[in-house]
Design a protein around this ligand. Sequence first.
Ligand code: SAH
Length: 229
Amino acid sequence: MPNDAPTRFGTYGDPPSAKALRERLVDRVVALGVHDPRVLAVMREVPRHWFVPEHDLERAYGDHPLAIGHDATISQPSLVALMSEALALSGRERVLEIGTGSGYQAAVLCRLARHVHTVEVVPELARRAASTLRALGCKNVDVHTGDGWAGWPAAAPYDRVVVTAAPEVLPPALLDQLVDGGLLVVPVGSQAHDQRLERWRKVGESLYKQDLGAVRFVPMVHAPPSPRP
Ligand code: SAH
């Protein structure tokens, strides 16, 4: 039988060793200060190793980002947990994610919210993430290829918006597409070493910002303009 390892991304199985590694990861996430029981339950459940090109389970469940090609990374799992908690999800929300990457954050969100729209600028990553999310049975996620600077107006407004690539300034379209009372979680900063994770709450015409600490994400790129007809 031909060895399909190079073309297969992740391993669509879930051995007890992977479950044990997720327990260890959740212990670390708790030690780092994430306590939302729904977030912790989902972190125990979602097979992160399906989303990484890494056949070593220990590395797949380490608390660090991993390269997934196209200059993208799957975020550090404790940061996925922190951002998911910061979104304060009850299960009823419609969520917009910018920066699908591997699809792992979207898989976590789809179990915590009613519906997730996720936008990825690299078509190949969007395709791969959509297929992993399908394999996982995430039916309430739509993966779109596009430039996240514009948000995803077709399905706006959203109760929550989360950005997993760092823009140098807050993209105005994302605030526009947020409902009154909605939350936006975004790492902002032009340099990798001075990004801050910000949580914005929109209340009527007012915006309230909370600083959630220093982070490091890949930059949010400006997509090339689409060719003129
Ligand atoms: N949430 C991802 C991690 C994403 S890494 C996960 O769970 O795996 C950041 C991603 O943002 C990369 O895939 C990158 O291609 C994408 N990205 C960068 N700029 C973007 C833009 N302008 N619009 C949409 N996606 C963008």
